[in-house]
Design a protein around this ligand. Structure first.
Ligand code: SAM
Length: 213
């Protein structure tokens, strides 16, 4: 969901860095062959992820929710030389699709793909992280935070996507909806946890930036 008008959104994209050709190709193939292509970060958010990663200049990145690899490639743009990006997705059917794009990129040897449930995989990764991007199942956001917070380097950044959940965080909650209550708990947790400082940005579906003190 966009919280600004279509016209303004087009203006914003027009005045933002162009989308790299490989990502245009990845987007086209995702729309042709994969379910739920709206899950892609897309041009504007992708350039923001790239910019943030370049500003942070991380040695180690963790991404939770690879999907077809769009945000992975954006985040990898900021990696230090010899830096490593770990990306996790439980959907094994997307492994070859995303690997194909990682292999075509300059980050071929820097992206480590993990297939399986992130809850089980995160504790097995021994690295400490400078940048984490959380973009998987919303009900587990509080669990992902607890799993990564002790693996963060001082000054490290946790980015969390979809935290406004199409505006549902300020609406009456449907009894069957498990995602909105999890996000409400998560947003409160980020605001109150003394180990981090947090800014919730109303960009696309809501993107929170939390810096580890
Ligand atoms: C919104 S998509 C990620 C989009 C991607 N970050 C991008 O911007 O292009 C969410 C992904 O999380 C994955 N996912 C959901 N629950 C998961 C879990 N428990 N462990 C690992 N991956 C999970 C889904 O398979 C899906 O591919």
């Amino acid at each position: 969901m966009n919280f600004i008008s279509e016209e303004l959104d087009q203006y914003v994209v027009k005045h933002t860095e162009d989308e790299p050709e490989l990502l245009k190709e990845l987007t086209k193939e995702t729309w042709q062959k994969v379910l739920n292509p709206r899950m892609l970060s897309g041009h504007f958010q992708g350039r923001l992820l790239s910019m943030l990663s370049k500003l942070i200049s991380p040695k180690r990145i963790l991404e939770i929710g690879t999907y077809t690899g769009y945000s992975t490639l954006c985040l990898a743009e900021g990696l230090q030389e010899n830096g490593i990006l770990h990306t996790i997705d439980k959907n094994e059917e997307l492994e070859d699709f995303s690997r194909n794009y990682f292999d075509k990129s300059e980050f071929k040897n820097q992206i480590k793909q993990h297939i399986g449930n992130a809850i089980e995989i995160i504790p097995t990764i021994e690295d400490k992280f400078d940048l984490v991007f959380i973009d998987a199942d919303k009900v587990n956001y509080p669990n992902y935070f607890e799993l990564v917070i002790d693996k963060m380097n001082k000054g490290g950044v946790i980015l969390s996507d979809n935290v406004l959940w199409s505006g549902k965080v300020v609406e009456e909650i449907n009894k069957k909806d498990k995602d909105t209550p999890a996000l409400l708990e998560y947003n409160k947790l980020l605001k109150e946890d003394p180990r981090i400082e947090t800014v919730l940005m109303p960009i696309r579906d809501g993107l929170t930036i939390s810096r580890v003190k």
